[in-house]
Ligand binder design. Sequence first.
Ligand SMILES: NC(=O)c1ccc[n+]([C@@H]2O[C@H](COP(=O)([O-])OP(=O)(O)OC[C@H]3O[C@@H](n4cnc5c(N)ncnc54)[C@H](O)[C@@H]3O)[C@@H](O)[C@H]2O)c1
Length: 341
Amino acid sequence: MRVVITGAFGFLGRLLAAALLQTRTFDGVPIERLVLADRAVPPDAPVAADPLVDVVHGDLTDRLDAVFAAPVDVVFHLAAAVSAECEADVDLGMRVNVDATRALLDAARAQSATGGPVARVVFSSSLAVYGSGPGLPQTPVVSEATPSVPRSSYGTQKLICEHLIADYTRHGFLDGRVVRLMTVSVRPGPPNAAASGFLSGIIREPLAGLPAICPVRPDLRVALASPRRTVQGMLRVAQAERGAGPGRLDGPMPVNLPALTVSVADMLATLRQTAGDAVADLVTVTPDPAVEAIVASWPAAFDNTRAARLGLAPDPSFLSIVRDYLTDHADAVRTDLPDGT
Ligand SMILES: NC(=O)c1ccc[n+]([C@@H]2O[C@H](COP(=O)([O-])OP(=O)(O)OC[C@H]3O[C@@H](n4cnc5c(N)ncnc54)[C@H](O)[C@@H]3O)[C@@H](O)[C@H]2O)c1
């Protein structure tokens, strides 16, 4: 089996690659090659030395020949430009999020059309496909049946790809599976250009002893998932058997990964409870209307029934998410936190 991850050296791509390299199987079948494709490959990436791994370095559109140089059984398509980037530069978003995805889908289609395998294409979509605004009130609880009306270019681009994947799947060109990710928190490392980046920054930065700005009103409610649950969810949807009933993936509809609904105030209170006043006081609330307009248009409460049928559950609490972060990234946390953190 040959498995490809695009955007493999990004935040979630690395975690997904690590999970696949741990089991070394996909759906019970041994992985013979794991192809990690990204335009930015760190020179010292230890994963590149794994005997199972092939690295394809470069812009995805230019490197599809290398990705499809041998039959592809599964693609996790994660390469993307993120929300604030796409809002600031619509052409960039269209090129990376729409044009490159279409080129990837057409390469998979060409593979099956010439007698190769029907590739399983797992697409990381986003809760940003939903939106609210004037004349478009927020539904209190959102499910996959709720109409998607994005209010950002990023969400629009993700939705275009969702529809293309559903159509290519209907034609039998590929087996597409769309996983809508919640905002993943706590993301380690430097801040990124996602409008939701502060939902990690207000925890990560103070825990490292650094100041952080919270650009939204603290009563704003958001839908989060930990990195661990997000990767678990992507793998579960990717490996689910098609069909009706519990444990199976029915129909062409996307799967919204389970969401933990919290307010930003709850997140800050958890930080205070976990790390103490000095750390929590490093966060300053300074609303930024541009960020708030995007993030507040996203739904905060989800009906998780479809994901639950696949055995997926939301994180139990934001405290558990912070504890995961402290365990997984102890080296990025200041050492003088109160005992027991
Ligand atoms: N992290 C989240 O909170 C979140 C939430 C919803 C959806 N998603 C989606 O999940 C996926 C992964 O997110 P992430 O947080 O790991 O993002 P990331 O920005 O950390 O990683 C994306 C990777 O894609 C690569 N990439 C971008 N354009 C490329 C191109 N043209 N060719 C080759 N590589 C390219 C980048 O170099 C980067 O390594 C994305 O599709 C994103 O839209 C993420």
